[in-house]
Ligand binder design. Sequence first.
Ligand SMILES: Cc1cc2nc3c(=O)[nH]c(=O)nc-3n(C[C@H](O)[C@H](O)[C@H](O)COP(=O)(O)OP(=O)(O)OC[C@H]3O[C@@H](n4cnc5c(N)ncnc54)[C@H](O)[C@@H]3O)c2cc1C
Ligand code: FES
Length: 290
Amino acid sequence: MIREKSIIQGNEQLAPGFWKMRLVAPEIAATVKPGQFINVKIAQCKAPLFRRPFTVFRCLDLDKDRPGIEVVYEVVGRGTRMMSAMGKGDELDIIGPLGRGFKRRDDKRVHILVGSGVGLPALFMLGEELSLAAGRGELELVIMLDAKTKERLILEEEFGSLNGKTLVSIHDGAYGYHGYVTEMLRAYIAEEDIAADCAIYACGPELMFKALVPICSQYNIPAQICMERNMGCGIGACLSCVCRVDKKAVMKHRDVRSSHVQFEDAGSSGYALVCCDGPVFNIDEVIFDE
Ligand SMILES: Cc1cc2nc3c(=O)[nH]c(=O)nc-3n(C[C@H](O)[C@H](O)[C@H](O)COP(=O)(O)OP(=O)(O)OC[C@H]3O[C@@H](n4cnc5c(N)ncnc54)[C@H](O)[C@@H]3O)c2cc1C
Ligand code: FES
């Protein structure tokens, strides 16, 4: 884990409520993997006290060839409001890269990214990797972007520049598919007959993950999901980010000895830390609230 005093290179509004911040962060840019995040101390003073977690959207060369990173964020409260008021030359204290990111399923031909709202940035670095492989003819990339309204749709141009097929779902039907991304996904899998040879990578609200569960079970499709929790520390120390997990699935997918997962005595479930064991989990590992 690296701590950098990072200088802001740019902070621009993408859509109402959504911003993109560019940061000089050479060490984090050199090591971050798709789906990992940084934890940002927004103010030097005590408020807000805790760092705020943000996925790295992408890495890029800034002016004078300095490596940097970008984060895309939605203004939802005090910290993100303060971030949106910052500008070029301001400094942020960031730690990262944190957490366990996406693992490419190289045994599958069709790779489907499913993202909604501010979950979309978490999928972009993986999309860039898959796009390179798609350009070499090694796989097919399908990108599904979702938003409540057209005004809230972000990053369409960026995802559209990758070597893949981009589909958009908007809940009110103003643009693209009329409805939820999970309905569009179900129809696409059936129409294209790809269930046996595809993998899903998703980031968005938990309701979207819940709607993915029956699709993945019905077609036996592996899916990785990028989970969110309020985080106190981001490094496994405060236990504020627990999520309930299924013991059998966890034992199947990971080496429990090198994780923070704790199982209930004689039970079939346990708890994982989203900041260290995640944020990316296999969908069958997570037990969602009723
Ligand atoms: C691993 C991870 C990656 C994330 N990546 C991004 C990203 O790329 N872009 C982005 O916009 N947001 C991302 N988030 C969510 C982001 O961290 C929160 O929106 C942010 O911390 C809110 O800070 P605030 O001070 O503005 O809001 P607060 O005043 O702290 O909270 C405002 C509202 O946001 C909710 N909230 C606070 N923290 C979180 C959280 N961690 N997850 C969900 N809701 C929260 C609160 O419950 C409250 O309703 C990520 C969260 C996690 C855990
Ligand atoms: S945020 Fe503190 S343990 Fe995960």
